[in-house]
Design a protein around this ligand. Structure first.
Ligand code: MLT
Ligand code: MN
Ligand code: ZN
Length: 299
C-alpha cells in the first residue's frame, strides 16, 4: 500500500494571484473572488503519510501551513515538517525561510550553489544552525529528505536568481543553481520541476515512466506578459519554457508515459488560471492537470 501524497501549498509563480501591484484580467478576477486565488510556489511531499518535506519555501508559507491540517503542530513544538528542499535561489522559493526562523528543528536541503547564495545574505542567519541543519546535496546522488522519501537533484536549464543577474544573462545554464527533483518512496516515482528553460532529450528520458510529474507552468505563451502590456520580459528571458507552441511543454511531453502530469508555478497572467478558458481546456485535453492551492495528489 502506498502512503505517498503530494500536497500543493502554492500553485502560482512569484507574485501569486492576485499579485499586489497587478491590474491584469486574472488578478482583477481573483480580487473579486471570480476565480480562485493562488499562493506562491511550493509543494509538500510525504512517503509515510505522517512526515513531510516541503519543496521550496514561498513568501506565503505561513498562510499555506495554516491552511494545511496535515502540517499543523501535533504538540507544543512537534511538527510533521521534517525538511525543506530548495530548487533555486529565487525569492518566491526562499523568502519563506525567514518565516521558519522560530527555533524549530528541520533540515534545509539544497545544492552547494544554492546554499552559497543563502550564505552570502546574512538575513538567512536568522535560521539558527543549532536548530536548522543545512545539508548540501550533490547532483545525481539520492538524499533522504523524509522517512522513506529520497530526493535526487539534477540540473535543468535555468538562470541565476533575478537579484543576482549581471550583464548578459544566460537563461539556460546547466549547473547546480536550478534543479529538478526526482522523489522516490512510498510506492511512487515523482518529479518536481517548477522552473525549466527548455526540454533536453535527457530530461525527456528521465521523466518517461514516472507516476507523477509537477512541471513549470509559468506562462501559456512566451510573449504573454508583453502582449498584456506588463513589460518587455518573455518567458524565455525569465528562464521558463511556456506551455503552448511547438517548443512548449505540452508538445514536449507528448508521447511520454507519465501517470499524472500537473502544472505548477503559474504566473498570474496565465489564462489557464481561469477555469472556463479555452487554454485550460486545451491543456486538460492534452492530459494535464492545472495545479491549485490545496490540491492533494495521491498517484
Ligand atoms: C521566476 O520564477 O522567474 C522568479 O521567481 C521571478 C522572480 O524572482 O520574481
Ligand atoms: Mn519563480
Ligand atoms: Zn496580474
Amino acid at each position: 500500500m502506498t502512503h505517498f501524497r503530494a500536497h500543493i501549498l502554492g500553485a502560482a509563480a512569484g507574485g501569486g494571484l492576485p499579485q499586489w501591484n497587478c491590474g491584469c484580467e486574472n488578478c482583477n478576477l481573483a480580487r473579486r473572488g471570480a476565480i480562485p486565488p493562488q499562493t506562491q510556489s511550493s509543494v509538500a511531499f510525504t512517503a509515510n503519510g505522517t512526515d513531510w518535506a516541503i519543496l521550496n519555501a514561498s513568501p506565503d508559507i505561513g498562510a499555506q501551513l495554516a491552511a494545511t491540517p496535515s502540517l499543523h503542530p501535533t504538540g507544543l513544538r512537534d511538527l510533521p515538517l521534517v525538511s525543506v528542499l530548495l530548487t533555486n535561489g529565487d525569492i518566491d522559493h526562499v523568502a519563506g525561510l525567514l518565516t521558519l526562523r522560530e527555533k524549530q528543528p528541520f533540515t534545509l536541503h539544497a545544492t552547494a550553489g544554492i546554499h552559497e547564495v543563502l550564505g552570502r545574505n546574512p538575513i538567512f542567519s536568522a535560521l539558527d544552525p543549532e536548530h536548522v541543519t543545512r545539508s548540501t546535496v550533490a547532483l545525481d546522488r539520492p538524499a533522504q529528505i523524509a522517512p522513506g522519501l529520497t530526493a535526487t537533484l539534477f540540473a535543468v536549464p535555468g538562470k541565476v536568481p533575478l537579484y543576482l543577474e549581471e550583464g548578459e544573462v544566460k537563461t539556460d545554464l546547466l549547473g547546480d543553481q536550478t534543479v529538478g527533483v526526482h522523489l522516490s518512496g512510498g510506492g511512487c516515482e515523482a518529479f518536481y520541476i517548477p522552473g525549466c528553460a527548455s526540454f533536453p532529450d535527457d530530461l525527456r528520458d528521465r521523466l518517461d515512466g514516472a507516476d507523477l510529474v509537477f512541471f513549470d507552468g509559468t506562462l501559456w505563451r512566451d510573449d504573454e506578459m508583453v502582449r498584456a502590456g506588463l513589460g518587455q520580459k518573455t518567458g524565455k528571458r525569465m528562464g521558463h519554457m511556456s506551455m503552448s507552441g511547438p517548443d512548449g511543454s505540452i508538445a514536449a511531453f507528448e508521447g511520454l508515459d507519465i501517470g499524472r502530469r500537473v502544472f505548477v508555478h503559474m504566473n498570474n497572467t496565465n489564462p489557464v488560471l481561469r477555469p472556463e478558458s479555452d487554454e485550460r481546456a486545451a491543456a486538460q485535453a492534452a492530459g494535464w492537470t492545472i495545479g491549485q492551492d490545496g490540491m492533494e495528489i495521491i498517484p
